[in-house]
Design a protein around this ligand. Structure first.
Ligand code: KG4
Ligand code: ZN
Length: 336
């Protein structure tokens, strides 16, 4: 099945063409084309994503990216897919409207389905995966992005239970806000990682919020605030040490909770995904901890951590094999 997918939930205008086969038992994918047109330069002066600017840019970019994807030749997808949520309402709306236009004007006979952005992140680990599903499930999945920090127990490709999530800021949001405090540009995650590589992660002991709580919830707003106070009280501090110590505090909590859940629920694997999964310190630290307890560790290939349309095509493929369908309209607060 050939899938054309559209993703516009935040500040990336992304389109992809993906071949999918194997059904729910042995899903396998081949990426034919993936284009991510980033709006970072547009939002950077504002220090974060401005929803109405994102909307304007998506409207401008979508036809251009579509032209690039198809190379202005005729393509024949079997399925059209668009992210319907969660995300920024005005941004989601542009993708949904564009998908409807494509169906009306070009792909009249092709079914159009709505995809959940978080399911996209979750399923993105199937890209490049070599393990049989029987070696993956049951799994603990930790989805870490700019908008979410969610810990799930995943039974199968279609069944999961949320064990916990952040009570305030998402971990990616904390990276972005701490970066701002350090005068680093948006998005802050990669900048913090770069600066942290030159710092000492043991230099400052920042709090590990909710580390010892029995539940699987997270909280990153207190950690962010303690970095703020530390910088106010220690203006001459080595900023690389601050970045490294903050990164270590955030990663320690994520790793401790994921490992505790994997042990408690006796899962076969731990899945890491979402934009923050691009963080190499988190990938390495969690990967090592997972291998230490003899479980499989799954993380998407580097190019599919941050927002892209390939993961949306994967989510749409799995969605198309299920009965439950998402309505084709922007749903800013769609859940997992
Ligand atoms: O999944 P994503 O692209 O968008 C959302 O669905 O939110 O995630 C974006 C988030 C941003 O907060 C960004 O700073 C963070 O992922 N991020 C990183 C890294 N790369 C992206 N955080 C830490 N280290 C990175 N290398
Ligand atoms: Zn995302």
């Amino acid at each position: 099945m050939r899938i054309l997918a559209i993703e516009t939930s935040c500040d990336e205008t992304a389109l992809a063409l993906l071949d999918a086969k194997g059904g729910l038992k042995k899903p396998a994918f081949k990426v034919l084309k993936s284009i991510v047109s980033s709006q970072i330069a547009i939002h950077r002066p504002w220090g974060g994503v401005v929803p109405n600017l994102a909307k304007r840019e998506h409207i401008k970019n979508l036809p251009v990216v579509f032209g690039k994807l198809t190379e202005n030749k005729k393509i024949k997808p079997d399925l059209l897919a668009v992210t319907v949520g969660p995300g920024l309402e005005p941004a989601l709306w542009t993708g949904v409207e564009f998908a409807k236009e494509l169906k009306k004007n070009i792909f009249k006979e092709t079914p159009l389905i709505g995809a959940n952005h978080l399911e996209g992140h979750l399923y993105s680990v199937l890209l490049g995966n070599k393990l049989a599903l029987s070696k993956i499930f049951p799994a603990i999945a930790i989805i870490v992005s700019g908008g979410h920090t969610i810990l799930l127990r995943v039974e199968s490709l279609t069944k999961w239970k949320k064990l916990g999530e952040t009570r305030d800021d998402a971990v990616g949001e904390a990276f972005d806000k701490v970066a701002k405090m350090l005068g680093l540009p948006y998005p802050g995650g990669p900048e913090i990682q770069k600066l942290a590589s030159r710092g000492d992660s043991g230099a400052i002991v920042f709090p590990r919020p909710m580390l010892h709580d029995k539940n699987y919830d997270f909280s990153f707003s207190g950690l962010k605030t303690s970095v703020l106070y530390y910088l106010r009280d220690n203006p001459r501090v080595n900023e690389a040490d601050v970045a490294a110590s903050f990164q270590k505090a955030a990663v320690d909590v994520l790793v401790a909770k994921a490992i505790r859940a994997a042990k408690e629920y006796e899962t076969r694997s731990v899945i890491l995904s979402g934009g923050v999964a691009a963080n190499s310190f988190l990938r390495e630290t969690l990967g090592n901890a997972v291998r230490e307890i003899s479980r499989n560790f799954l993380v998407p290939p580097m190019s599919f951590n941050t927002d892209n349309a390939v993961m949306i095509a994967v989510a749409a493929y799995i969605q198309s094999l299920r009965k439950k369908k998402h309505a084709i309209r922007a749903q800013a607060n769609l859940n997992l």
